[in-house]
Design a protein. Structure first.
Length: 276
């Protein structure tokens, strides 16, 4: 009897391993639910409750929040897997880009949140990271995946409907940095002008005048060079995201998805993301 039990457990483990190995995270089936469990870690009741809540929220707000659980990444980056899910299923309304996706690799305990353009303001990267570290990861580490998905929905919906985002978007003031920068150069200029008036100083130390001017011109050239590179970089980045945002509108045709009200529209690149 004992040997038979061991044999059954072995067959069950072999079956689960084979099933997981057969799942290609970059070629998942089209989603038909808001919460899709390809790892088989959620019980039937939890899965049904989560999907019912997500559908109800979509019906009330048109916001589409989706969670996908996979066994492992199969050597792929979780971000690439998530983006592929977005592109394949067109999560979010085409005119609002209001899609939000959670991807969990259950065996590796890897987590990623991908925020589409419409939610970038409400869920900036820092807030998405906090949701992962404070609410989702502790439950994933306890193998409580139903609780982790539930926490994701609760915190995300709360963030979208509140002004919590303001706590995570405080950046150093560009104006303050600019004022400090010009103040330094003003002091530098005053010192230089003072030295120019002291002709005896430069007559005695002519080599200082020569190399000082050379150094000043060199510094100004370097600053202008890096400023030009920075401006060019941000222009290219802006043009790229603007271009991909426009192209995303032509990638798919409008329509419902799987009977769950998902839009067929999706972009080739996402807004923000957080996780590992």
């Amino acid at each position: 009897m004992f040997k038979k039990s061991i044999f059954c457990v072995f067959l069950l483990g072999l079956f689960v391993s084979f099933t997981h190995a057969a799942i290609d995270p970059m070629n998942l089936p089209k989603l038909t639910q808001y919460v899709s469990d390809f790892s088989n870690v959620l019980d039937t009741q939890s899965l049904a409750d989560l999907n019912m809540s997500a559908k109800s929220y979509d019906t009330q707000t048109s916001n589409q929040i989706v969670a996908v659980l996979i066994p492992n990444r199969n050597g792929k980056e979780l971000f690439d897997i998530g983006m592929n899910i977005f592109d394949t299923n067109g999560i979010g309304q085409s005119d609002k880009d209001n899609g939000l996706l959670l991807v969990i690799s259950t065996e590796e305990k890897k987590i990623r949140i991908i925020v589409w353009y419409g939610f970038e303001a409400k869920i900036p990267d820092l807030l998405a990271s906090r949701i992962i570290e404070d609410d989702i990861r502790p439950l994933v580490n306890k193998w409580d995946f139903a609780g982790a998905v539930r926490a994701f929905y609760t915190r995300s919906i709360s963030a979208i409907s509140s002004d919590e985002w303001t706590l995570y978007t405080q950046q150093p003031s560009n104006t303050q940095w600019s004022e400090s920068f010009w103040m330094i150069w003003l002091i530098f200029g005053v010192i230089f002008a003072t030295l120019l008036k002291k002709k005896s100083f430069f007559k005695k130390w002519k080599w200082i005048q020569k190399y000082f001017i050379i150094a000043l011109i060199t510094i100004l050239f370097i600053l202008m060079f890096f400023l030009s590179i920075t401006i060019l970089f941000w222009f290219i980045a802006w043009a790229f995201f603007a271009f991909t945002g426009i192209i995303s509108g032509f990638g798919n045709s409008s329509g419902s998805f799987g009977g769950w009200g998902f839009s067929w529209w999706g972009g080739s690149s996402g807004g923000g993301w957080a996780g590992d």
